[in-house]
Every structure is written in structure tokens, then in C-alpha cells.
Design a protein. Structure first.
Length: 314
């Protein structure tokens, strides 16, 4: 069976993800779409130049929405991170004016060609844009997923691992809520080598959980101020999510998925497989964590309602 994936948007993240998919041999057919024809042609030529040195064969097509009709996964990587600068207030909603209109335009095109696979959105603000794509594609909510706090959770594992001198893969747990400023580290869920981090912090007296949570949230901004974009971390998160869908992995991942109790998309673990969200999960959070999650989800919902009304009025 042919594994077919589309990547819409060939900026820093889209091109890095496309390269990851090719180098790892994850897909048999890759459809790349971008409004900048010159940049798209350059990337496709560069990928074709790499083909003879790769272990697997992948067919590449460009700017062909019709070819996305039978794609297993379409990844949305549209955006304009250049809107931000050194004086930015570290708010992913700065891109909303651009990405919300793209969600309406691209989502409508995908609906018109009859795309019925799983849509994965990377674009910021992640949770609101995922919700807009669900609205304009008309896909079932379980088939529209945002990368959400999958990257933030990786950053959480990184900072905890560095603090305790262990591999980040030996850390389990989640960052929850918005992929943005209202996200939080759910410390009640975090364990290191099987031990609860709150117990480790109490015993050692040297672990400052507030500092670690802030370092998690600030991770993307540190990268941005060094090169004015991020790409490797988010592309790795997207690759993991796409691979889980293609492999029907039924793996638990903290992604942006629709939560009925809040009526919105937000970062929360769910079981991911070939159909998208196979099963929503329910964590046993503390009362304070539940409050933080509700506040974050309400913020996302309010911003979605605002922009959806604006788009309908245009």
C-alpha cells in the first residue's frame, strides 16, 4: 500500500519535515505545495538531487491539490514567523492574521478535492488554526490534529533530563493546554526513572519546578532569538505524529485534539492511529492543574470564536 503525505507550506518547518520524510523513507509519495513557486521548485530540485544517495525511493509531486485527494496525511506548515522580531512579545497569535486566512483558503481547497485523510496542523497559533481547519475542511474532529504540546512536552523532558542528568526519554509526563503562553507543566504526571518528580524535588531541595516550567515555555523563544525561526524540534514532532498515523501505531501522544468538556482544541494526550484520534484520554490531574487547563482551553476557545466571526464577515 502506497504511503502518501502532503506538506502544504515550504518554509523552514515544511522543508525540514519534507527532508525528514524523505531521508527516513517514511513515505512513498510526497506532495509539496507552496505559493512561492520559485522556492518550491528549488526545494524539489534539491530533494531530487539527493535521491540517488537515499536508501528508498519516493515520488515527489508539486502544487497539485488534486493529488492530495487520496493522501493518508496532509501536514499544514503555512505561516510567517518573520512577523515576529527581537522586540516581539513572544505571542504565537501574532501570526493569526496570516494563518487564519490560509486556513480558510487551504481548508476550502482540501474540501473541494475530497481529501478524507488525517490533517496535521503545525501552523501557529496551533490550537486555533487546527480548529479552523476542522471548520473549513468539514473533516471529523478526530481526523484533524495539531502538533499542540507534543513539542512543549519534548522541551519539558529536555529541561528535566538536563537538571537530573538523564536522557530526556527517561522522563515521562506532559505539558498541557495551549501551544503558547498559557501552557503549563502538569507536574503530577511527570516521572523520572519511575519516580514522581514532585517527590524528587521534595527530597533533593535543589529542583525548582517553577524554573523548569518557565524554561520549558521559553525554549522556542531561545531558538527564535538565535536564528529568527524554529524548525528542527517542531519538524521532529511532526514526523513522529505523521509516522504514528501511517503506522496505525495506537500510541499515546500529547497533541492538540478536540476536548468535548471544553468545546475546543487544546494540548492533551490522546491515542493516535490511522484514523487520527483513536481514543481521547483522561488524566488524574490536581485541582490546580484542572484550573490551569480550563483557563488555557477557554482562552483558545475565545480566540477561535473571535477569528471565526472575522473570517465569516470578510
Amino acid at each position: 500500500m502506497t504511503r502518501k503525505v502532503g506538506v502544504i507550506g515550504q518554509g523552514h518547518v515544511g522543508e525540514t519535515l519534507a527532508n525528514n520524510l524523505l531521508v527516513t523513507g517514511t513515505v512513498d509519495e510526497l506532495v509539496l505545495v507552496d505559493t512561492d513557486q520559485k522556492k518550491l521548485n528549488a526545494n524539489v530540485t534539491d530533494f531530487e538531487d539527493a535521491a540517488a544517495n537515499l536508501p528508498t525511493h519516493t515520488r515527489i509531486r508539486k502544487n497539485d491539490y488534486a493529488a492530495l485527494a487520496d493522501a493518508d496525511v496532509v501536514v499544514i506548515a503555512v505561516g510567517n514567523i518573520g512577523i515576529q522580531n527581537d522586540d516581539a512579545k513572544h505571542d504565537r497569535f501574532m501570526e493569526l492574521k496570516v494563518t487564519s486566512r490560509a486556513a480558510k483558503e487551504v481548508g476550502t481547497k482540501l474540501k473541494e478535492v475530497g481529501f478524507k485523510g488525517v490533517l496535521v496542523s503545525i501552523s501557529n497559533p496551533c490550537d486555533v488554526i487546527a480548529a479552523l481547519f476542522q471548520k473549513y475542511t468539514g473533516l471529523p474532529k478526530k481526523r484533524v490534529i495539531g502538533t499542540g504540546t507534543l513539542l512543549d512536552t519534548a522541551r519539558l523532558k529536555k529541561v528535566v533530563g538536563q537538571a537530573l542528568d538523564v536522557d530526556p526519554r527517561s522522563v515521562s509526563g506532559y505539558a498541557l493546554g495551549e501551544h503558547g503562553n498559557s501552557q503549563f507543566a502538569a507536574w503530577s504526571q511527570v516521572r523520572v526513572l519511575g519516580q514522581q518528580i514532585t517527590d524528587l524535588a521534595a527530597v533533593s531541595g535543589q529542583l525548582d519546578l517553577e524554573d523548569l516550567a518557565e524554561a520549558t515555555k521559553a525554549g522556542g523563544y531561545t531558538v527564535f532569538h538565535g536564528k529568527y525561526y524554529t524548525n528542527f524540534g517542531i519538524a521532529a514532532a511532526a514526523l513522529r505524529l505523521v509516522t504514528a498515523i501511517l503506522n496505525d501505531a495506537n500510541i499515546e501522544l500529547p497533541v492538540s485534539n478536540f476536548r468535548e468538556e471544553y468545546g475546543t482544541y487544546c494540548g492533551y494526550p490522546a491515542v493516535i492511529g490511522q484514523q487520527g484520534v483513536v481514543k481521547p484520554l483522561q488524566l488524574n490531574l490536581t485541582a490546580e492543574e484542572e484550573r490551569q487547563l480550563a483557563a488555557s482551553a477557554n482562552y483558545i476557545k475565545d480566540r477561535f470564536d473571535e477569528v471565526a466571526q472575522q473570517l465569516e464577515a470578510e
